[in-house]
Structure formats: structure tokens, C-alpha cells
Design a protein around this ligand. Structure first.
Ligand SMILES: [Zn+2]
Length: 314
């Protein structure tokens, strides 16, 4: 197990200078690699999209925060094929794992979840494939099974330990999760995670942070409990990072709105930058469950001086 993470500079050095410059620019703009840029890189490098995703894994991994396990995970998700005049294989979204000191292990974000969350918040409605630097854990297999394209999703894993090599295995999610857990009553499940959601919730506060949390709640996925909820975090320069709840049929692999907001913030800031949070808001519908306590717990770990603004939506 690696005890020290790779630096972003070292990860970038695997690419020719011209691509490094474009990649740095894409990372500064939020860690998304547009389809056309991915298309130009696979042509320049003379590799396929899968090999490019494998080659980008160390870059994604440089964002990982694993102070407890010291196991650093990078993930790269390929969004849906582009439509219209856009060329290339689809947009690429980076993700990495996050652990929070002094909190329960059930609150950590896995790399696969981070990449799915990143694509979801950027408006993707499904994924074609996902590359990871280690086989997905059981929890993530069930989390991935929830997404709209689970039946066609391919998992890409690096084939050998040679740093330079981009060779990989590509197998469907069903290979890793042959007997996925499903509700007997399939009416419980509406459409699948990543389908566009709109719950028409409202709050009285007009404040920007609260409104951002509301937008997260309105776009959240909670077909089993209907606990629609979103979290918005205020970072430096009044930048707002919004997360949304992503529920799972097996319950535990659900991604809380706070984990979603933090994972999104992490992938939008420079690698390993301070997660400086100056305000936090949670909007949710009063229901059988609540995200309030777990959001406050994680907030107390990452920003102990910040009080959660908790708002019930109608
Ligand atoms: Zn996992």
C-alpha cells in the first residue's frame, strides 16, 4: 500500500508538454476534460479513449485525501457520447477518495463515487465507462449499479504495474456484481441515479448559499426515502460548491449531500488545496430520515468553526 500520494506535478509529467498545458487549464476550470480535447489527445498520443483514461488516473489520484487509510484512489469517468456538432468520445470527469479525520469511516467518499458525482453535477445523465486504479469495492459496485447506464457500464482497470503502460482490462459492471441487490418492488425505483431530477421544492430564504443548497435538493436522487436534500458550501472568494443526495437501493452506499458537496469542491480546487469553508447550508424535506446530524459531524471535522444553516423545504 502506498503511504505517500503522487504529486500533481509528477502525475502531469507523464504527458507531453503541449498536452500538459491543456490539461492544467482543464484542471483549473473544474477538472472536466471536454470531449473535443479528449479526442485531440487520443489522436496526438495514438491511443484509445480507455488508455487515455488509464493515463489520467495518476492525475485524478493526486487529488485524493486519505489521511487515515493512506490508500489513494483516482477515478476517471467517461460521460455519454456527445450530440450535435461536438466530436470525440464524451467528456471525462476526474474523481478521488476523501477521508475525514476524527469521523466515522462510513462518512468517507470513495473515488468512484467522486467521479460519478462530478459527472452528475456537471449535467451528465449516464456514464459509458469508469477507470479506477484498483478494483471497485463491494460498496461502490452497488453504488454504480444505481446509475441509469449500469447495465452497459464498463469498468477499466490498469493491467500491469509498469508506470508507463496504459494497457487495461475492460469488463462490464455485471462481471464485478453478478447478483446486484434490488428491491422486489421495483416501483420504488423511479429512473436511476443521473436521470435529471426536479422536485419543485421551495424555501423562503433568498440568500445565495441557501438557494444553491435548494438547487441541490431539487436535483437530488432519493427514490426510496424521498429525503430530497442538498448542501452548499461557501469557499474562498465566495465561491459556492453545491452537492446533492444520491440514494442507493441498498441504503448504505448512498452518498450524502455533504459528501457530494465536499467531493465536488475537492475536484474543483487545485490538488490538495486547503478546503477552506466559511459557511454551509443544508436544505432538505422533513421526512423519515435526516441528513442534519451527519452533515454537522463532517462539518465539525473539515470546518470546526462553521455552524450549519439548516433549512426545511416545502
Ligand atoms: Zn469503493
Amino acid at each position: 500500500m502506498a503511504t505517500k500520494n503522487i504529486s500533481l506535478e509528477s502525475a502531469l509529467s507523464g504527458f507531453p508538454d503541449a498536452i500538459q498545458t491543456e490539461l492544467r487549464d482543464a484542471l483549473l476550470k473544474g477538472g472536466v476534460i471536454p470531449s473535443e480535447l479528449a479526442f485531440s489527445w487520443i489522436n496526438k498520443l495514438n491511443i484509445d479513449i480507455g488508455a487515455l483514461m488509464i493515463k489520467l488516473l495518476p492525475v485524478a489520484k493526486a487529488y485524493a485525501r486519505a489521511p487515515i487509510s493512506k490508500f489513494y484512489v483516482g477515478a476517471v469517468a467517461l460521460g455519454m457520447p456527445p450530440s450535435g456538432s461536438i466530436i470525440g468520445p464524451g467528456n471525462l470527469y476526474l474523481g478521488s477518495n476523501m477521508e475525514f479525520p476524527n469521523e466515522s469511516l462510513s462518512l468517507c467518499v470513495h473515488g468512484e463515487q467522486s467521479a460519478v458525482n462530478h459527472a452528475l453535477i456537471q449535467g451528465e445523465t449516464g456514464l459509458q465507462s469508469l477507470a479506477i486504479n484498483a478494483a471497485p469495492c463491494g460498496y461502490c459496485r452497488q453504488f454504480l449499479y444505481e446509475i441509469t447506464t449500469a447495465k452497459t457500464l464498463n469498468i477499466l482497470l490498469k493491467k500491469d504495474q509498469d508506470q508507463e503502460s496504459c494497457s487495461y482490462t475492460e469488463k462490464p459492471l455485471s462481471y464485478y456484481l453478478p447478483d446486484a441487490f434490488e428491491f422486489q418492488n421495483s416501483d420504488q425505483k423511479e429512473k436511476g441515479l443521473m436521470e435529471t431530477e426536479s422536485h419543485h421544492l421551495s424555501i423562503t430564504s433568498k440568500e445565495a448559499l441557501a438557494q444553491a443548497a435548494l438547487s441541490g435538493a431539487n436535483a437530488s436522487y432519493a427514490p426510496y426515502t424521498k429525503d430530497y436534500c442538498g448542501v452548499a458550501l461557501m469557499g474562498e472568494n465566495n465561491q459556492i460548491y453545491t452537492g446533492r443526495y444520491a440514494e442507493n437501493v441498498a441504503y448504505n452506499p448512498s452518498m450524502s449531500p455533504m459528501e457530494s458537496a465536499l467531493a465536488y469542491m475537492n475536484m474543483n480546487l487545485p490538488a490538495q488545496a486547503n478546503l477552506k469553508i466559511t459557511a454551509a447550508s443544508l436544505v432538505e424535506v422533513s421526512n423519515s430520515i435526516s441528513q442534519k446530524d451527519v452533515t454537522e459531524a463532517v462539518l465539525s471535522s473539515v470546518a470546526p468553526s462553521v455552524n450549519l444553516d439548516y433549512i426545511l423545504a416545502k
